[in-house]
Design a protein around this ligand. Structure first.
Ligand code: SF4
Length: 417
């Protein structure tokens, strides 16, 4: 019989492979209970406004009736198994919260016995936390594909965010590594939750008091690199899911080789492909916040993201006809397409140029990445450069200036030990 600390070690360690734990969008008000999901701020997961928060990230159990080849909890894997009771997870969360270790809970689970059996336990944890412990911190719950509508709807009343993992970007890829699973069983809970969120928003317009339902929205996660999909296929799936289910986030989790005996899986190195993962996140960002269409970034002629440069720079180098852009005349939507200028700097530029035409030194003060942007823009005192005509030269110069331009995002979780 395992002691509590051993259980915690096993179930926290098994949970680290799930990266979809951003707590962005929490809006739960503190009605006299404990904790505040909107005031969180410790470590290891980042909100959309840049805040860093800490969540207790654990599995209810790492027993599983499925055998997904890419997953450490698959039934054929020879690992130590354990499971928490509902009471244990509730007590652990409250103890950690009171000691100021965490601001919220990220709860997932392997599937023991059946989808409903597991989902019922997850639902009871979040219900007890909210109704008995009056816990008001952030809760992200992983819903179990195949769970009944009634359980999903009840759990949604107590959590901030719910997500269901798509696991593999295409149905064909999923069949290669997890033949017992399909995408339909993910689409069903996502549809139920989407419709309930919409109904709650609609009711809010007419009724004074409407119970919260998944107020921070839903998300999903895909494992990248375990199956042969290219970046175009991955982003096509992400775009489809954003549109069909109003997702807040799609997470891209680089495959970590944990199963060297399975010939269906790539025998890649021991580190996950973090640069590719990062390029996918950058593409995701460009599609959602920079007005790019998927076809501009990835298409049949360009099915893979370049690893040595970011996707906006890659697009700019493939489309020199749009450059240079005049910082003093272009509208916001074009300024944010200049490599090295983000939405924040673009807004500052629009504001600052109301008071006079901007020069190079002023742009540098506004926080743009000038060493990159200078090849793609002109301003009041720009001396025309023939560099615009030679994308290869620009790429070389940018890489020489910043050899570490490939940002590597660390996806580690809070260590409890
Ligand atoms: S169902 Fe989930 S926990 Fe179980 S083996 Fe598949 S991915 Fe892992």
């Amino acid at each position: 019989m395992l002691g509590f600390d051993e259980k915690l070690k096993i179930l926290a360690d098994a949970a680290k492979y799930d990266v979809s734990c951003s707590s962005s969008g929490g809006k739960r008000k503190n009605g006299g209970g404990i904790g505040d999901s909107s005031a969180s701020g410790i470590c290891h997961t980042y909100t959309e406004d840049g805040r860093c928060v800490s969540l207790l990230k654990i599995l209810m159990t790492n027993y599983c009736i499925y055998d997904c080849a890419f997953c450490v909890s698959r039934r054929s894997n020879d690992v130590q198994r354990s499971a928490f009771s509902v009471k244990e997870v509730v007590e652990l969360t409250m103890n950690f919260y009171r000691r100021n270790y965490i601001e919220g809970l990220f709860l997932s689970s392997g599937i023991f016995k059946s989808a409903d059996y597991t989902m019922e336990r997850l639902m009871l944890v979040v219900k007890k936390l909210r109704t008995e412990e009056r816990f008001n911190g952030y809760i992200h719950l992983k819903a179990i594909p195949g769970a009944s509508e009634a359980l999903l709807k009840e759990a949604g009343l107590y959590v901030d965010r719910m997500s269901v993992n798509l696991e593999i970007p295409t149905e064909e890829g999923l069949k290669l590594v997890a033949p017992e699973k399909d995408h339909q069983s993910v689409r069903e809970p996502l549809t139920i939750v989407k419709n309930e969120i919409k109904a709650a928003q609609r009711d809010k317009k007419f009724l004074k008091k409407v119970p919260l339902f998944v107020p921070a929205g839903q998300s999903t996660q895909m494992v990248i690199g375990a199956t042969p999909e290219n970046d175009l296929q991955i982003m096509q799936t992400a775009s489809e899911y954003y549109k069909d289910f109003d997702l807040k986030r799609v997470y891209y989790s680089g495959y970590i080789p944990i199963n060297d005996k399975d010939s269906k899986l790539p025998q890649v190195g021991t580190t996950p492909p973090l640069v590719r993962e990062n390029r996918l996140y950058q593409t995701d960002w460009l599609l959602r916040f920079y007005g790019f269409s998927l076809n501009e970034i990835l298409n049949n002629k360009h099915q893979h993201l370049e690893l040595d440069i970011d996707p906006k720079l890659s697009w700019a180098l493939r489309n020199p006809q749009y450059f240079p852009i005049d910082i003093n005349k272009a509208d916001y939507n074009w300024i944010i397409r200049i490599p090295g200028i983000g939405t924040h700097s673009a807004r500052k530029i629009i504001q600052a140029r109301k008071y006079g035409k901007l020069k190079e030194f002023q742009l540098q003060k506004l926080g743009i990445a000038h060493s990159r942007a200078k090849y793609f823009m002109i301003c009041q005192d720009t001396v025309a450069s023939s560099g615009f005509l030679y994308p290869e030269r620009i790429k070389k110069a940018i890489l020489e200036h910043n050899p570490k331009s490939a940002l590597i995002r660390s996806a580690s979780q809070l260590s409890l030990f």
